[in-house]
Design a protein around this ligand. Structure first.
Ligand code: PR8
Length: 467
């Protein structure tokens, strides 16, 4: 892919994912194909969350005074909030914000709901649209002003330990989620100057896009007691005292879909993981002059059997050249194509073609063929996952000095790992010198020296050009 940005823009249009011609910057229309991918992606995550969380739905609008209550939070979002000032011709006496995220919508209600230690933990989530007046360059799915697929989870706990544990649990849920989609990631603790406004600390998932820039695809925030103190979320302990609760929140967005498209895609178009593909299998009859009816009826039978087995399958019986159909379904990323012609019919077999690696093989249409299809699907996702992890890992390079880091960035190698003392001033200096962002730190570091100040390093940290 020579120009990722152009490729991405074109594929969104060609594969009918979204229409970006809507006349408001940063707001787009989901088209049927895109909507289906989005639905399947979100269903994976919802199924995972539903095991321990309850789904809720809060209003879109937040009163100005609630949004303003948490000073650091509101400061972090002040330049990004859209305001409603009028109802018809009447000026509202209290402005209403379109939620940029829902802490200040939810927590006043949590304050009413939390009573006793026995009510906790609370684990809620919602999938909603949020609005952020982004000033950086907007891009479909990647940086939008209406985030249409904002999954936000919010939890409340009795102790710091429980909140810390919840952060670990949320990280583990997101890991499983991205693994199912075959999306590689690095997990870091964001530097203090880049944490979520109001959080004690932020853990972030970043993936590497084909142009060498990283994309933040998910975040988990430990909110400590900051919001509980602001919104008066208190519980009664078993001994009758009243204590402030501890909170966490974590979210993903449309960016997950952007990464599925961008990371797996190739020159021929999308390569969708079977779990999220609108059609998992397309059947293309190969019809010559003779024997067309028999071929078609076998294809119909095949389709019904596959449908019964739970696959999303489509029979493309349009009167078009087979090659044209192949091209179209490849572009749309259908994981498996089954071709069946008169000779195959005689031999009770078909030809299966994989979108992920282009391999073709014969499929015996005997009693076990569904097992073979299942094996193909499992092999497709593991191949997509392995190749994208390999690719990302091959673009993570160490740098011993600031100059080396700068060279690596210039050569567009993706992510750079380096030793850092952890000092804020030093970190900002590194960002300035290398002209990229510190993603965060990966853990305690035993030896080595900070690449900027030469003092003993505390962490291995990551740097990258970011979206
Ligand atoms: C929270 N509160 O809000 P976060 N376009 C697309 N995706 C975006 C954009 C954008 N303009 N801005 C952020 N994201 C917390 C956690 C409730 C849930 C994506 O956290 O501000 C990023 O992937 O970090 C980000 O990690 C995620 O939304 C959550 O947003």
């Amino acid at each position: 892919m020579t120009d990722f940005s152009e490729w991405f823009h074109n594929i969104l249009e060609e594969a009918e994912i979204i229409d970006s011609r809507y006349p408001i910057k940063g707001m787009h229309v989901w088209l049927p194909q895109g909507f289906k991918i989005r639905k399947h992606v979100m269903n994976i995550l919802k199924d995972m969350l539903d095991k321990e969380h309850e789904e809720v739905l809060f209003p879109l609008l937040i009163p100005e005074d609630e949004l303003a209550k948490e000073a650091i939070h509101v400061k972090g979002f002040e330049e990004e909030v859209y305001w409603i000032t009028h109802g018809g011709l009447t000026e509202l006496n209290k402005k209403l914000a379109l939620r940029p995220t829902s802490e200040t919508a939810m927590y006043p209600m949590f304050s009413l709901w939390v009573r006793s230690h026995s009510d906790l933990p609370f684990k809620f989530y919602q999938v909603v649209n949020t609005f952020r007046y982004e000033t950086k360059h907007t891009r479909p799915l990647i940086r939008v002003r209406e985030i249409t697929t904002f999954k936000e989870a919010h939890t409340v706990h009795v102790s710091k330990e429980d909140a810390d544990k919840q952060v670990e649990d949320a990280i583990s849920i997101y890991k499983q989620f991205f693994d199912l989609l075959g999306i590689p990631y690095v997990i870091t603790k964001r530097p203090v100057w880049d944490k979520f406004p109001g959080a004690e600390y932020t853990m972030a998932f970043d993936t590497l896009m084909p142009d060498g820039k990283t994309l933040q695809i998910g975040t988990v925030h430990n909110l400590g007691q900051t919001f509980a103190k602001t919104f008066d979320i208190k519980y009664e302990t078993p001994s009758g005292e009243h204590e402030y609760a501890y909170q966490t929140c974590y979210g993903v967005s449309d960016r997950v879909i952007a990464s599925v498209i961008g990371i797996h895609g190739d020159e021929a178009g999308l390569r969708l993981p079977p779990e999220v593909a609108p059609y998992q299998i397309v059947i293309v009859p190969i019809i010559f002059k003779k024997g067309g009816a028999e071929v078609l009826s076998k294809c119909e039978e095949l389709k019904e059997t596959l449908k019964e087995a739970g696959f999303r399958v489509h029979l493309d019986d349009r009167d078009l050249r087979a090659g044209k159909k192949f091209y179209e379904w490849e572009m749309r990323g259908v994981p498996l194509r089954i071709e069946l012609g008169p000779r195959d019919l005689e031999n009770n077999k078909a030809v299966v073609s994989r979108r992920d690696n282009g391999e073709k093989s014969d499929l015996n249409l005997d009693d076990h063929f569904i097992t073979s299809i299942n094996e193909f699907m499992a092999s497709i996702i593991s191949n997509l996952r392995d190749t994208s992890w390999e690719k990302m890992n091959s673009h993570i390079r160490p740098a011993e000095t600031v100059e080396e880091a700068r060279d690596e960035v210039a050569n567009n190698h993706g992510i750079i790992s380096f030793s850092w003392c952890g000092d804020e001033e030093c970190g900002k200096k590194i960002e300035e010198e290398v002209r990229v962002d510190i993603l965060g730190v990966q853990g305690e570091y035993e030896s080595g020296k900070c690449i900027n100040c030469n003092k003993p390093a505390k962490y291995t940290a990551l740097l990258a050009k970011t979206y």
